[in-house]
Design a protein. Structure first.
Length: 440
């Protein structure tokens, strides 16, 4: 059966390593205490009944909610309020569960003076404005920030606000949020080790105009194609625009004459799984494409009522010894009763598929529906070689939530796995040949 499957399109500023614009913020506007409490309660309640990964985290959600009530009421501005909400949300450790600050609080644009990126366990400067070109900062390792070891500083000041499923995703996101404050005059003092081994100090902050970068910013087109040595090289940077299907079909004549094909998904942050499936169909004669299996929690109020009474007299029952009725009641009461969804199965209508060798490139930024594409590819044994970094490690169906003051949030309601039940959320899809970026 052909079904529509949608994963979330990860926002571009989360996925792309070259999104360097920040904005000056309004730090004076404030919400009423009633609005603040309502927003916290709304997010807590929606997550309590719909979030798909409570068994993966060590958080007492009700206790956390109680602890955050005085924190949100103590905030002095809407900006500060949303920072507290982001910390609350980050307790859930999920890349498809987020809080978004109201756009109205951003009053003017600012631009970073340095771009940083994690490679392995170290943070490096990966782009600088032309004015710093002679200072040998490009490729320098960031040893300290304001006198503290880099990772310790980031763990204290950034990680508590990062919503992420996989550990590499947490640190990559933190690296992109470095030097993000509300004071336009603020600077951070860096201790750097340059590529020639020198240790130097450098103060960084924000610019009011875009920089002329030493490493030019690449254009993020939705689709591009080129041929090199009779190899067709396709970059698909989104599955959130159906036009990429037409883009792909328009180059089929060139692809059919290629002796091999590369699909580059390193900048693809997701969209609709069906768009990826349409493209993948051209590379297999399998009658169906098989993707991830999913499940979602079920809340059944009457069963929760029965289970609550039962647990008062039997606080620690042996589930295997219970009747199906009482077992279901206990699981519903504990928030651990699940609706088992089907396995993503999409009919293949392509009559003349291509059989050339196929390579797919991935990165830490390959996310959501692009990961669903890889799961379907994994279910086609020996069809392709995946090369690059492990992927973002987050997919699912988010529930959108409106919050006071014009902000918003989302909660992941759907738990996806390989058809075998093996997890990839929180891990990423592991390439056949893992290649990490290096300073060189």
């Amino acid at each position: 059966m052909h079904r529509l499957y949608f994963s979330s399109l990860i926002l571009i500023f989360v996925v792309l390593p070259f999104s360097w614009l920040h904005a000056q913020v309004d730090t004076t506007s404030n919400l009423s205490n009633t609005e603040k409490l309502w927003g916290l309660t709304k997010f807590w309640s929606e997550a309590k009944y719909n979030f798909a990964y409570f068994d993966q985290i060590d958080v007492n959600w009700d206790s956390a909610y109680q602890a955050y009530v005085p924190q949100v009421l103590a905030t002095k501005s809407t900006w500060d309020y949303y920072q507290v909400l982001k910390r609350f949300c980050a307790l859930l450790s999920d890349g498809h569960t987020n809080v978004y600050i109201p756009h109205s609080l951003y009053t003017s644009s600012r631009y970073r003076q340095l771009v940083t990126e994690f490679m392995g366990e170290q943070l490096y400067v990966t782009n600088v404005p032309q004015q710093y070109a002679e200072q040998n900062l490009l490729g320098a390792e960031v040893l300290r920030i304001d006198g503290e070891p880099t990772r310790a500083w980031m763990a204290e000041h950034l990680l508590p606000y990062v919503s992420a499923s996989a550990e590499h995703q947490r640190w990559n996101t933190a690296a992109r949020q470095l030097f993000y404050g509300t004071d336009t005059t603020q600077t951070w003092q860096l201790t750097l080790r340059t590529s020639n081994g020198d240790t130097v100090s450098h103060a960084t902050g924000f610019r009011t105009q875009p920089a002329d970068w030493v490493v030019p910013q690449p254009k993020r087109e939705r689709f591009s194609f080129r041929q090199q040595d009779s190899i067709g090289i396709i970059a698909i940077n989104t599955f959130g625009d159906e036009a990429v299907i037409s883009d792909f079909e328009n180059i089929l004549p060139q692809l059919r004459t290629s002796r091999g094909i590369v699909i580059d998904l390193r900048k693809n942050g997701g969209g609709s799984s069906n768009i990826g499936a349409e493209i993948l169909s051209y590379f297999t004669d399998a009658p169906q494409l098989v993707g991830s299996t999913w499940k979602t929690r079920e809340h059944l109020p009457s069963y929760k009522a029965w289970g609550t009474y039962f647990l008062r007299n039997n606080p620690d029952p042996d589930l295997d010894s219970l009747s199906s009725f009482y077992r279901k009641s206990v699981l519903v009461t504990r928030g651990d009763y699940w609706h088992q969804g089907d396995t993503m199965t999409i009919e293949n209508s392509v009559k003349e598929p291509m059989n050339q060798p196929l390579v797919v490139l991935t990165s830490n930024h390959t996310a959501s529906a692009a990961e669903d594409f890889l799961i379907m590819l994994r279910c086609l044994p020996n069809r392709a070689t995946i090369i690059g970094q492990k992927t973002f490690g987050s997919t699912g169906q988010p529930l959108p939530i409106e919050l006071p003051g014009g902000g918003s949030a989302r909660v992941c309601t759907k738990r996806d796995t390989y058809p075998s039940g093996q997890d990839f959320v929180g891990i990423g899809v592991i390439p056949d040949i893992e290649v990490e970026r290096t300073v060189a």
